[in-house]
Write a new protein. Sequence first.
Lengths: 475, 445
Amino acid sequence: MFETVIGLEVHVQLNTKTKLFCSCPTSFAEHQNINTCPTCLALPGALPVVNREAVIKAMRFGYAVNATVNHISNFDRKSYFYPDSPSAYQITQLYRAVVQNGELFIDLDNGTKKRIGITQAHLEADAGKNIHDGDISKVDLNRAGTPLMEIVSEPDMRSASEAVAYLKKLHSTVRYLDISDANMQEGSFRCDVNVSIRPKGQKEFGTRVEIKNINSFKFVASAINYEVQRQIEAYEDGIYKDEVIQETRLWDTDRGVTKSMRGKEEAADYRYFPDPDLRPLVVTDEMIEEAKKMPELPDAKVKRYIEELKIKRVDALIICSDKELAQFFEEMLSRGASAKTSVNWLTTELLGRLNKSGYSIIDSPVSGKKLGELVSKIDSGAINGKGAKDILDVLMEEDRDIDELIESMGLAQISDDRAILEIIDNILSKNQDKVEEYRGGKVKLIGFFVGQVMKASRGSANPQKVNQLLRERLK
Amino acid sequence: MITLKEALRKSREELDRLRLEIEEKARESNLNAYIDFSKSGDGVPILIKDNIQVKDWTITSGSKILQGYIAPYNATVIENLKANGLSPFGRANMDEFAMGSTTESSYYGVTKNPYGEDRVAGGSSGGSASAVAGGIAICALGSDTGGSIRQPASYCGCVGMKPTYGRVSRYGLASYASSLDQIGPITQNVEDSAILYDIISSYDPKDSTSSNLELIPTAKNLNPDRKLKIAVIDNYIREASSDVQNTYKIAIEALKSEGHTIIHKEMTNTKYDIASYYIIATAEATTNLARYDGIRYGSRVEGDNLQETYLNSRNQFGDEVKRRILLGNFVLSSGFYDAYYLKAQKVRHIIRDEFNKIFKEADLILSPVAPTVAPKIGSFKDPLEMYKSDMFTISINLAGLPAISLPISRDSEGMPIGLQLIGNLFSEQTLFDGAMSLERAVNYI
Ligand SMILES: [Zn+2]
């Protein structure tokens, strides 16, 4: 039996207004090389100045994961030649990062939590992009110098699902903190995976293999599973030493395999040393105060939902995993909808419809307030569930007034005792034989009577009310 | 040539005439001090070292690899000049990327010494010093990483000043060694030095190493009558030539005659300064120069693939630059970092501490600038020999201190010999006061 050991390095692009070391905007540019200046082009004589906003965002992350936020940290130069790196060195933090020794808790399927250590989170500048166009390659430096925060975990994960759970938790944390768009497809949340195996019980780690180029949670799991299998097979075949070497492999999405990039990066000696253009980064009291201003984070929210709103743990975890979903849910509550009904109408009815029509919660045609209003009508018994579903279908197509819809669609629910009793008495008198049978002990006939009453009311009677009044009349 | 102080009083018309005169004279000169006569604005003309960015000028750091590069922005010092009625006028020759002590490593050929055309003007700011001493510039800007302002000033018989690290913005100075580089004035006399220093020094948010300590103008507060305590480093002077030693004695007598108190001190052997300097400077330089790859600007030499293009383009560097890039990469490479770079940083701290100790007792330190007068062109056969000639200047850069080199006497062949006064951090006023007093007492002609 083998144990899998996984550590993750995640690059999060911070959503600052300007780049890490110059005042160029980080926003989308119409053309290549527009968002550039002497500093991010590495022209002679240009110098870097640290972006305060980026530092605060990194610090905020540090506080969110119970880390040490160093009051003094340093920037270092990491040397390598590549056309998209204008200065031929990256400014990063090797020797003393701004954030060290943090932790993140993941929720396991069995309902327990597991602690994953965060070794450090450091600031560094992103590279530009090379665009290969036939025989020539072009360089676009719009992205060069964009702030990245690299979050390095401890090798604390033991399976692909734990790794994915950690990634999702990290993802939702940075989204909650509003420090990154964290879009995996667009590359603002990038992940490198370190995987090794060892026989169960062995203390020493096996040979660590790094997998790069993974751009979805699903592929993270596939890549880890493939790589673990590859390493186990090599071990069992007695060729572990030759097959599993410390190297970087690329995930090939099309073929579902990891491929060696042997020879490419192995000889790299990055010749790190402190960047003499930047004095040590000193964190001020104002910066600490600013960084500590943070929203309610997923763990606290889940706890509050369970304890105060009495929501089931699984539901709370689903809603809180996504900042927008939780926001939507809280908007529903703000319209007086009950938490219990809201959970179902959000996670089943709305998300089902959004999924079917290819929307996400962010661009939902029905707002949280609108859905909350609808749900509060169900809560009060003004409409029944079926009627509400019909209304939701309409709202998905166009934004209409709910009261108007109830009226025009004839969905107002009859909860008035007298009106329902009138229908009941009418049905009972038409079915005297069945009434006798019921009273003789055939109680299953209650379903028949309810069906008849609902039919007669064209579905507008409140089913609970119908049930209750029928039983009283049939005594 | 008129002084900066005089030039600042001239009318616009007089300045227009002056610029024409200077250009005419400089074009006739054999010194090879000017690379070209680029102009920007119409104030008092100031010669600019070829590594300080002036918008729309070709700025090349004396290198082949930057041929054709046009700077798209002004260095902060250039903005400061312009804001004070001065105008950048002409590019001064220099050692390639400020690496050298003779201007012999310049792509534009060696600059000659106005006191003997078979002699070097020194370096790396050789063009700046030669032009000022040769009467073809009112004053000039240079940059000093290990003596590159003070040494050529000493060789050429003019005044060269290196400010406290952080006093003058490095924004727009093509970096050689970021933690040591500092722009400074090269002038005909101490007063002009203070005037130009006041103009170029400023706190600059664009330079993270810039100091925001309050700046008090020095020129209008100059006081050569202040009585100071001046330390002499006895073990240093023994390493200098007999001509320099004699000059040292002249200066000490002059300082005494001015009423200053001389105290005697010793410092660690200069060989440690040289070793740690060449480790730190080359480590920083190797990364600072990595950007010159011919991809985005400058001169590209195409190859069959990217690797070859890199190699061909970077092969345009001269030998001295290549040597320092190799050295810098070596000291930073994995397995050597602790033994070289870290150790050099420790030595740097020790040097700082030694200066601190002396400045507890003394206001200024008197020291040689170079161990000899300007050598003959081509006489440095071995680079190590050239590195050694920096022994009196580099510790000042390692400690970040301000220092000023001024001419004291001449040797039997008429070659100038300068000495330097070294001040404590941010004590430029004391430095200029002491230098003005020494200048008055020695009355160098
Ligand atoms: Zn920029």
